[in-house]
Design a protein around this ligand. Structure first.
Ligand code: AMP
Length: 172
């Protein structure tokens, strides 16, 4: 059976010229590849799962929800502005051009609860760093982060604290 990573697809110049987009949809569409990808992302937390996986909108939701079901934990969405209906905590962060914001429900994670952040791709690391700041501001104990793919050379790893586990699913 082909390794899940062979189904990852690169789409040049999407969503704009110069970006090579990592398309995960063929991995999700194949039940064996999807299951293997989740196993690969879950590995560090299988023995001692967190209280919840925090999925970053939007593709992080897919992986975090599957990880939560696989390891029997909760799932908490970290969303773009204006999407969550109840009271939120917010964190603004800089993009290459402009600013963005992530939000979490203030009652989603009890004080001191252990969490793992989840996204599909680590690129410049700004999104994951913002999610880490948000989760910590909420009082969560962040055990680490899990991503399916790391884009090397964009500095993402350097923006993540060296003493917090950053898990990238091993590719074939
Ligand atoms: P960054 O904050 O630069 O690490 O970007 C990470 C976020 O942007 C993740 O939520 C990814 O889904 C998305 N992203 C950034 N670059 C790419 C890429 N080349 N292919 C697919 N998704 C990307």
């Amino acid at each position: 059976m082909a390794h899940w990573s062979t189904l990852l697809r690169e789409i040049p110049d999407f969503p704009k010229p110069g970006i090579v987009f990592k398309d995960i949809t063929p991995v999700l569409a194949d039940r064996h590849a999807f299951a293997a990808a989740i196993e690969a992302m879950a590995a560090p937390w299988r023995e001692a799962p967190p209280a919840a996986f925090l999925g970053i909108e939007s593709r992080g939701f897919i992986f975090a929800a599957a990880l939560a079901q696989t390891l029997g934990t909760g799932f908490v969405p970290v969303r773009k502005p204006g999407k969550l209906p109840a009271r939120t905590l917010q964190h603004d962060y800089a993009l290459e051009y402009g600013r963005d914001r992530l939000e979490i429900h203030t009652d989603a994670v009890p004080e001191g609860a252990s969490v793992v952040l989840v996204d599909d791709v680590l690129a410049t690391g700004g999104t994951l760093a913002a999610a880490l700041a948000l989760a910590r501001a909420q009082g969560a104990h962040v055990l680490g982060a899990a991503v399916l793919v790391e884009l090397p050379g964009l500095g993402g790893r350097a923006r993540w604290p060296a003493d917090v586990h950053l898990h990238v699913a091993p590719a074939a």
